[in-house]
Design a protein around this ligand. Structure first.
Ligand SMILES: [Zn+2]
Length: 193
């Protein structure tokens, strides 16, 4: 799935009762995006494509390095160690990470038909997780899931007073929330926190 879908899904997960700080919500959201860090090699691959020594870091490492349970555990432990609600953030960060892997297995088929298998037990075992019913990255299913997540995000923003933008900038987030409330209510000062 696209980083936008992964990000919204883990941000919605971060609304679990007990998670009350911006930092903890951010950690859970970032955990849901973290597997795709192994795709950053695409920059190097593009940059060296026409050179004498092309580096195929995207082809070699995307869906290998970080799309596995070992990386999920490392990420959950690291994020729990700096979180406020350590145990809860650790569990939810692990869940967000695994949800990303599930999302890729069910809905990330490339335009060329490549399934981008997920080596769930790497580096200990080379078994690769695929699903025959996998839909394409640009499919209507992903569009519907993303649309539903956007609606939930807007509802949370109107009711609770924060959106995923808070991760980048609380000031910009306040403007986004104010805009959503103007469009969809409730007005600030009603049931707004
Ligand atoms: Zn991924």
């Amino acid at each position: 799935m696209s980083p936008v879908t992964h990000g919204l899904l883990s941000w919605v997960l971060a609304q679990t009762p007990g998670i009350t700080t911006r930092k903890d919500r951010a950690l859970i959201t970032i955990a849901g995006l973290a597997p795709d860090l192994d795709g950053l090699g695409i920059v190097v691959q593009w940059a060296t494509a026409n050179s004498a020594h092309p580096l195929e870091w995207f082809s070699e490492y995307h869906h290998r390095l970080a799309h596995n349970l070992t990386a999920a555990v490392i990420c959950a432990l690291a994020f729990a160690s700096i979180a406020q609600r350590k145990l809860l953030v650790g569990v939810l960060a692990f869940l967000a990470f695994v949800l990303h892997l599930v999302g890729d297995v069910i809905g990330a088929k490339g335009p060329d038909g490549h399934q981008w298998p997920v080596p769930l037990f790497a580096p200990f075992h080379q078994w690769e997780w695929t699903w025959a019913g996998q839909w394409r990255l640009d499919s209507w299913q992903n569009l519907v899931i993303t649309g539903v997540l956007v609606i939930i995000t807007i509802i949370v923003a109107c009711r609770r007073g924060w959106s995923p933008v808070e991760i980048v900038s609380p000031r910009a987030d306040a403007a986004v929330v104010a805009t959503f409330r103007r469009w969809f209510g409730p007005r600030p000062g009603t049931d707004a926190r």
